[in-house]
Write a protein that binds this ligand. Structure first.
Ligand SMILES: Nc1nc2c(c(=O)[nH]1)N[C@H]1C(S)=C(S)[C@@H](COP(=O)(O)OP(=O)(O)OC[C@H]3O[C@@H](n4cnc5c(N)ncnc54)[C@H](O)[C@@H]3O)O[C@H]1N2
Ligand code: MOO
Length: 399
């Protein structure tokens, strides 16, 4: 059987680094910055008041209380602010430009709030409520480094320096194509022997969460011609085709039957679930080669295979700083058994108070509801067949 790492390397090699695109700020959410972003302006761009109150010179506050004439009124956004005349105060609002020659902001609470004249009862030291130019960001300095993942604060600071777009790695586009004559779309009536198709919706969601862009082709029956036709028509403009089902050992293995000898290598990988896998480049009838990963159809096998092979490949292609799930080592709260010679990926639930993990449901690859209730993946090495409560295991954090 093929080792897990060997198949992972084959899948990762299918996705080259994604090209750089400039996208509007909102579309950059969750993407990875492709270049260093220097600051085009300083923040704050001009010295301004941090409080509603009065701008004065500290040197004019010779005793308290003191009354000064109000020589200017400066709301935020005022563009014609003149220097502060000696022996006067300027009424000023939060975010409004400091008048030249003023060095002190007296909050309105320390005054009588006068409009023409103001009585000042006390004052903070000079500079305390003044926001200086470049205190946050200096023009020309590194604002956001390449490789940063764009969340709300990164979008916020980009907007604050006036950027309307950001250069990010384009999301990897992945066509999701499920196979199975027994499949019915959710929302439709279910006949005898039929099941609802769940892999394409689940994989599309996982692709989006990983930073990719799913393209849904829904599903096709176990018919080689139908599968080949759908593949030829739907594979345009995608970076990868991801199929589920039709790759094991029986008859009617549509993916295996359609793609054997066309560039996809099918292998048994030493893992459970997720043993039957395939990956490679398929040449379409028009001569284009398209990268393909063929996942097994059992829903938990499909999802675990995605986690182990496809998610890291997507994140590596978009330059994500953390292609792998964060992992911890914690003791099991209950023991478990594992097949010899296969790396077992068991669904688990972490107890963050006790610092332990428990297997969640059995190892069966049809137990989708148990997967939905898990928040962790327990990784049991190939050589380990039995673990007891208290034994330490590697655990991937899924949420
Ligand atoms: N004789 C053998 N039989 C099987 C072997 C084997 O080595 N020898 N391997 C088993 C393992 S392990 C797996 S995993 C599965 C993989 O089978 P396929 O990839 O060919 O998948 P299917 O047969 O098409 O489906 C398996 C299972 O999953 C359900 N399914 C499929 N697609 C979907 C979907 N889109 N949404 C929901 N459920 C789906 C399908 O109905 C089957 O129950 O093979 C074992 N057999
Ligand atoms: O490998 Mo299969 O994935 O056991 O169910």
């Amino acid at each position: 059987m093929r080792p897990v790492e060997e198949h992972a390397a084959v899948v990762t090699a299918l996705l080259p680094p994604a090209p750089t695109v400039d996208v509007p700020l909102a579309a950059a959410l969750g993407q990875v910055l492709a270049r260093d972003i220097p600051a085009p302006i300083s923040l704050p761009p001009f010295a301004n008041s941090a409080m509603d109150g009065y701008a004065v010179r500290a040197a004019d506050l010779t005793s308290f209380p003191i009354e000064l004439p109000v020589s200017q009124d400066i709301p935020a956004g005022r563009q014609d602010v003149g220097p502060l005349a000696p022996g006067t105060a300027a009424r000023i609002m939060t975010g409004a430009p400091m008048p030249a020659d003023a060095d002190t902001i007296v909050q309105v609470e320390r005054t009588d709030g006068g409009v023409d004249r103001v009585r000042i009862d006390s004052a903070p030291p000079a500079g305390v409520h003044v926001r200086t130019v470049g205190e946050d960001v200096v023009a020309g300095s590194l604002l956001l480094p390449a490789g940063s993942v764009v969340h709300g604060p990164q979008i916020g600071v980009a907007a604050a320096v006036g950027l309307a777009t950001l250069p990010v790695r384009r999301a990897v586009r992945i066509l999701v194509l499920s196979t199975g004559t027994e499949l019915v779309a959710p929302g439709q009536p279910l006949g005898p022997g039929q099941i609802y198709e769940s892999n394409s919706a689940m994989l599309a969601a996982a692709i989006r969460e990983a930073g990719g862009e799913p393209v849904l082709a829904h599903f096709v029956s176990d018919d080689v011609d139908e599968f080949s036709d759908r593949l030829a028509s739907a594979a345009a403009e995608v970076d990868l085709v991801l199929t589920s089902g039709g790759v094991s050992a029986g008859a009617y293995e549509v993916v295996k039957d359609a793609l054997t000898g066309r560039g996809v290598e099918f292998a048994k990988v030493a893992m459970q679930p997720g043993m039957p896998q395939g990956a490679g480049h398929v040449t379409l009838p028009d001569g284009r080669a398209v990268a393909m990963v063929t996942l097994p159809g059992n829903p938990v096998s499909s999802y675990v295979s995605f986690e182990v092979f496809v998610r890291p490949a997507i994140r590596a292609a978009i330059g994500h700083p953390d292609p792998l799930r964060p992992a911890v080592r914690v003791p099991l709260s209950v023991g478990l058994e594992s097949p010899d010679g296969k790396r077992q990926f068991r669904r688990g639930v972490l107890d963050t108070v006790a610092g332990t993990v428990a297997p969640w449901g059995g190892p069966g690859s049809h137990l989708l509801a148990w997967l939905a209730g898990a928040d962790a993946m327990i990784v049991v090495p190939e050589s380990v067949t039995s673990l007891a409560a208290g034994d330490e295991v590697e655990v991937w954090l899924l949420s």
